[in-house]
Design a binder for this molecule. Structure first.
Ligand SMILES: C[S@@+](CC[C@H](N)C(=O)[O-])C[C@H]1O[C@@H](n2cnc3c(N)ncnc32)[C@H](O)[C@@H]1O
Length: 453
């Protein structure tokens, strides 16, 4: 079977720093150039590209193999890709200049690499050294890059870099120390978020687009929420010992971190809203959006269903922001937001849709059971509850993100956690929902949809 005219295998294996490999040789740039070239020449649908792990020809990487011919190309830089696309993939003539000719040599190289690797692993094992790829050292060290980027965001460094400048100029713009600023700039350049030309630093295209204030796609306000979470996560050891949150300042959030948090919620919700509306699948008129945040779901339902009005209930420091989002969507006449506590305040009745998105994880089992009971009472017969959250498998050991998010709730809330489909189903049935169905959407969050008797 040959569903594609060509199948291209490209090694993008990443190895520890200073180890020769295809990605260190630029195979990610080769991959981008290959995609762009195929697009330019109208071949995207004729060629399947698969990126792969180590092929054992690291010293001659980036390695690219073209099937069905089985042509092995070595040292394929981004500049050379176009020639391969035109001559080989379009016109059917392999590029002799770049193709490896000696089959026995390629085979010996690959087998030799495998032997050395196995030997190295065996030696490490004998010495009792934590092996590469076990994920232990890598996981522990990964906080360094995370912290460097969070600090850059807190300083608004990418905005300061703007059109570029030296480390000294940047320190002046940021009111920071010149020695430390230079170190941070170098680390960010190593992380491919900045480029260094001579003494000058410039934003990479991604940093300029997503991390600088001059860009309409600036994600900094939303990403700053993670800098706030860093502070809570650093209390995790104490929280595990105490069996509860130990950070006391979480409930007294400053205005900037509330704005950052709601902006983070909004980016996420906007991306998912269309799929949630499609999964809800009915003609709704009266919606209650509990803890509606940026109103993203109310706005999406209101846009999809012209008769719908929505009531949002949220906390006092969020509601002014909720209203800003509603106003900029031009929906103030159909979506209202009021201050309230969903654990205590009356919801009213007769709703045909209740949205409970990214809420249940903030609360304990008992709080969720009581809340679901009150939601069921607020719904008209046949009305629907859409609960969106990170749902654990029955064993609670996966998915990874949902399991880690439970810890996020441990350090940030009084009694929150993440729960399984079985738990939600039991609570919703007890609350008076006739049918309860899990809907899987792409991404870490899923829906539990309940319909009232
Ligand atoms: C994680 S955000 C989710 C926002 C929104 N539903 C979404 O999915 O984008 C949680 C929201 O619930 C609000 N909230 C937390 N506790 C609340 C309570 N007891 N009563 C009302 N709102 C609350 C927060 O202010 C925040 O806006």
């Amino acid at each position: 079977m040959q569903p594609f005219r060509h199948h291209v295998i490209l090694c993008t294996q990443q190895k520890p720093e200073n180890v020769q490999c295809c990605s260190a040789g630029g195979s990610l740039a080769t991959e981008s150039a290959l995609n762009a070239s195929l697009e330019r020449h109208g071949l995207s649908d004729d060629v399947l590209i698969s990126t792969t792990g180590c092929l054992g020809t690291c010293e001659n990487g980036p390695t690219m193999i073209v099937y069905p011919e089985g042509t092995w190309y070595g040292k394929v830089t981004a500049d050379e890709v176009d020639e391969i696309v035109v001559s080989h993939l379009k016109d059917g003539h392999p590029v002799e200049r770049l193709a490896r000719k000696d089959e026995a040599e390629v085979r010996a190289e690959s087998l030799d690499h495998r032997r050395k690797r196995r030997g190295k692993l065996a030696a490490q094992d004998k010495l009792g050294i934590v092996p590469e790829g076990a994920g232990i050292t890598e996981t522990i060290r990964s906080f360094m890059a995370s912290r460097a980027l969070l600090t850059a965001l807190e300083l608004d460094l990418f905005t300061a870099v703007g059109v570029g400048g030296t480390a000294e100029e940047m320190a002046t713009r940021l009111h920071t120390g010149p020695r430390a600023t230079e170190m941070l700039l170098h680390a960010l350049a190593a992380m491919k978020l900045l480029e260094k030309h001579g003494d000058e630093f410039r934003n990479t295209p991604n940093a300029a687009r997503f991390l600088a204030a001059s860009s309409p796609d600036n994600a900094r306000p939303a990403l700053l929420h993670q800098a706030d979470l860093w502070k809570s996560w650093s209390t995790l050891t104490d929280a595990v010992r105490a069996d509860a949150r130990v950070r006391n300042d979480v409930s007294h959030r400053d205005a900037e971190s509330v704005r950052a948090f709601i902006a983070a919620m909004d980016r996420n919700a906007r991306e998912r809203a269309a799929q949630v509306v499609a999964a809800a699948g009915a003609d709704f008129r009266r919606m209650l959006d509990l803890g509606g945040g940026s109103a993203a779901y109310s706005i999406a339902f209101a846009k999809a269903q012209p008769e719908l009005t929505s009531h949002i209930l949220d906390q006092a420091d969020v509601v002014p922001l909720t209203r800003e989002y509603i106003e900029s969507a031009g929906l103030s006449a159909r979506i209202t937001a009021r201050v309230g506590d969903m654990l205590r305040d009356d919801f009213g009745s007769g709703y045909d849709l209740v949205m409970l998105s990214a809420i249940a994880h903030m609360f304990s089992r008992a709080q969720n059971k009581a809340l679901l009971g009150r939601i069921a009472q607020a719904l008209a017969p046949g009305g629907k509850l859409i609960l969106q959250d990170f749902i654990l498998d029955p064993e609670k050991t996966s998915p990874l993100f949902a399991a880690l998010f439970a810890l996020n709730m441990l350090v940030n809330t009084e009694a929150g956690g993440t729960y399984s489909e079985e738990e939600y189903t039991e609570w919703m049935k007890e609350a008076g929902f006739r049918t309860v169905q899990r809907v899987r959407l792409p991404g870490p969050a899923n829906l539990m949809i309940g319909e009232k008797r």
